[in-house]
Design a protein around this ligand. Structure first.
Ligand code: HEM
Length: 222
């Protein structure tokens, strides 16, 4: 009698394990086949939209400015989105979200690199003397260049191989994303002349994202 109850319980456990594994497989399937590709397309869309606008000549009176600003805006937005991932993962209790960070980080770099390229090419026509003068004389450009330079090693070390090779140092290196985000917002503040509403919104969002991390560290240590 006892033996049959035992075998029934084992059977039940096996069935629930199988159901759990199936559920996991379905979750993984949707994440990899639906969610990630969809996010990829969404992140690429602004660049395609701007390229289409430039091709159609529908970017307004100053298309060069529209391209530079558009790429800069998306670089900053995606950078902040990258910082949102880990608090969102905790809030939703969805660990898979962490696997989006690399894609988001690389997209942020992609937009910032295009932003820089548009400035160097379309705005300055590769006039390196003028560009150098801008870097040393206009603080908002200095700060932008610094943010870009610091972002480069993060993009270059974003592969799994580099993560393994650098070990603990990888985590330390990637903490640079915090000062980089501050520099990027500062770059925006220094650029605007009258309407401060946009940099203000980005500053509030960044303060919330950094504040949450600071609070958690203090609570954990306290
Ligand atoms: C992490 C790096 C960077 C980020 C996130 C970033 C982001 C931004 C943002 C959000 C704007 C304002 C866009 C708007 O007005 O809506 C902007 C403007 C601008 N950025 Fe950057 N930027 C970065 C690096 C750079 C670099 C390296 C350069 C050039 C050396 C640069 C050159 C400019 C210029 C020239 C503008 C002003 C465009 C204009 O007034 O028409 N940025 N950037």
């Amino acid at each position: 009698m006892q033996a049959s109850t035992f075998s029934q319980t084992r059977k039940k456990n096996t069935v629930s394990k199988r159901a759990g594994a199936k559920q996991l497989k379905t979750g993984e399937f949707y994440f990899r086949i639906v969610f990630k590709p969809l996010l990829f397309i969404l992140l690429l869309a602004p660049a395609l939209w701007l390229a289409w606008g430039a091709y159609q000549d529908s970017l307004g009176a100053n298309p060069v400015e529209a391209v530079i600003r558009g790429m800069g805006d998306w670089g900053l937005r995606i950078l902040l989105l990258t910082l949102l991932i880990s608090p969102l993962k905790r809030l939703l209790d969805w660990p898979r979200l962490l696997r989006l960070r690399r894609m988001l980080g690389l997209f942020a770099y992609f937009y910032v690199a295009l932003h820089l390229l548009a400035y160097v090419w379309l705005d300055q026509y590769f006039d390196w003397n003028e560009i150098w003068l801008d870097v040393v004389e206009r603080p908002f450009i200095t700060v932008g260049v610094l943010a870009f330079v610091l972002l480069t090693p993060l993009a270059l070390t974003s592969t799994k191989g580099m993560m393994r090779r650098l070990g603990k140092r990888w985590k330390r290196l990637h903490r640079l994303v915090y000062p980089i985000s501050i520099l990027a917002v500062l770059h925006f503040w220094w650029m605007v002349k009258l309407d401060i509403s946009e940099p203000l919104v980005y500053s509030i969002l960044l303060a919330l994202l950094l504040g949450e991390r600071l609070y958690r560290n203090v609570v954990r240590q306290g």
